[in-house]
Write a protein that binds this ligand. Structure first.
Ligand SMILES: [Zn+2]
Length: 432
């Protein structure tokens, strides 16, 4: 187990030094970072993030002749566009907005027609998720791996550039997306992933951009499927993806519950969501971590995709929406697991340190406790101080797609940008 993550040897908490405090003697570079005043540190992280963003853009866009082979947000060009949009939100630099718009346009072309989203090259040594992304890309429905992400981000960026015609065009394209009856329900490829894109549009463009009727029809299908599969079990709702009843954010209960809580639910549906979350809390591991799937006894994974980090973000959403203390407490417990075992030997947001840091940002946003901001800062400082070196030395995995948003340093750049305004930070394509 120990080889999945670095032991967390950082102090549990370092108080913010007073502005006029004299610097104490030199320590190692990471400790020095942890003792900096927040504003000073956030300027350093921001500068590092913008450099990293330039590298990501060069590697995923410029060097490839601006051609898109993988259009997905997960491992492909849309992830770079999303990062450029984040950079624009932080710096207000119009060139980032223009770049984002240009990349989304290329993703739009790549995702229409017969494109499968990923070229069938390098598949022999390709990771499972990306392979499935290829297989499912023809369904084109989710934000993270499908066409909904392209159209939704395109519309939001068009709104920012003030291009009404382009905005309408992307929205029309979004509304043309059809959901097949055999679609899974999970977030990465399924109905929840489409629904998330609807909520994203309504948040950034305006309520009713995607009608309540359209969203209701998807919610109905998700609830119906969940109740049906839960019939013989103890949870209120249950889902299956490729024959397994997953619990995590990417393919399972946590992701689906998150999305449902961001829509208008009927009272009985609210009870089903609460019941499902209570079932998960009741059946979590004694450590506070969550199984990756129903019945799993292996307390091993501490990822956004599988385990405590993704579930914690969902529980925090539940605490926010329902106001129940039990959800907040379980999220706090999960946060302890992330602090102790979440310094993963990977960099990205799906199953790496960058994604795990968002748990502390979310805990900070909901509780206002500076201890959580410190923990987010500690994970971000660890990345800034060591990640690129550890990757180059082979001590840390840089991701199968090393510059991507979900697996690579694209996610790290996004986190470091989010550190500049922690109260506005959101896990990409998950937290609304
Ligand atoms: Zn993952």
């Amino acid at each position: 187990m120990a080889d999945r993550f670095f032991p967390n040897e950082m102090p549990d908490f370092v108080a913010e030094p007073p502005p006029d405090a004299a610097a104490s003697g030199p320590k190692d570079s990471l400790t020095n970072l942890l003792h900096l005043p927040y504003r000073t540190l956030s300027d350093i992280l921001r500068s590092s993030a913008l450099d990293l963003k330039e590298t990501v853009v060069r590697q995923t866009w410029g060097l490839g002749g601006k051609r898109v082979e993988d259009y997905s947000l997960y491992t492909g060009a849309l992830g770079t566009a999303f990062l450029a949009f984040k950079a624009y939100q932080v710096t207000k630099n119009e060139s980032d907005l223009k770049l984002c718009s240009e990349i989304v346009k290329a993703c739009d072309s790549a995702s229409t027609g017969s494109s499968s989203g990923l070229a069938f090259r390098e598949l022999s040594n390709f990771d499972f998720i990306a392979l499935l992304c290829t297989a499912w890309a023809c369904r084109r429905v989710s934000f993270i791996c499908g066409r909904a992400g392209v159209c939704a981000l395109g519309a939001v960026v068009a709104k920012h550039t003030g291009d009404e015609m382009l905005l309408d065009r992307y929205l029309s394209k979004f509304k043309e997306i059809k959901l097949s009856s055999d679609l899974p329900n999970e977030l990465l490829y399924g109905r929840a992933g489409f629904l998330w894109a609807c909520s994203f549009l309504n948040k950034h463009i305006g309520n009713g951009t995607i009608s309540a009727t359209r969203m209701r029809s998807v919610v109905d299908e998700i609830i119906k499927a969940g109740r049906q599969l839960a019939k013989k079990g103890r949870s209120s709702l249950m889902y299956e993806w490729h024959g397994k009843k997953y619990w995590g954010a990417a393919h399972g209960l946590a992701g689906i519950m998150y999305v449902l809580m961001s829509t208008e639910l009927k009272p009985a549906e609210v009870e089903d969501v609460k019941g499902t979350l209570r079932y998960m809390i009741k059946n979590r591991f004694p450590s506070g971590n969550f199984p990756s799937s129903e019945g799993s006894e292996s307390d091993r994974l501490v990822h956004w995709c599988h385990g405590a980090p993704g579930v914690a973000l969902t529980l925090l959403r539940a605490a926010e929406v329902f106001g129940d203390q039990e959800f907040l407490q379980a999220a706090i417990d999960a946060g302890e697991v992330v602090w102790n075992r979440g310094l993963l030997k990977r960099v990205g947001i799906c199953h790496g340190i960058s994604g795990n840091a968002y748990v502390f940002l979310s805990l900070y946003r909901l509780t206002g406790k500076v201890e959580y901001l410190y923990r987010a800062k500690a994970f971000a400082c660890f990345l800034h101080d060591r990640a690129l070196r550890l990757i180059s030395e082979g001590m840390m995995h840089g991701g199968d797609r090393p510059y991507s948003l979900f697996e690579g340093v694209g996610g790290m750049a996004h986190l470091l940008l989010d550190m500049t305004e922690p109260s506005e930070a959101r896990f990409p394509a998950y937290e609304l």
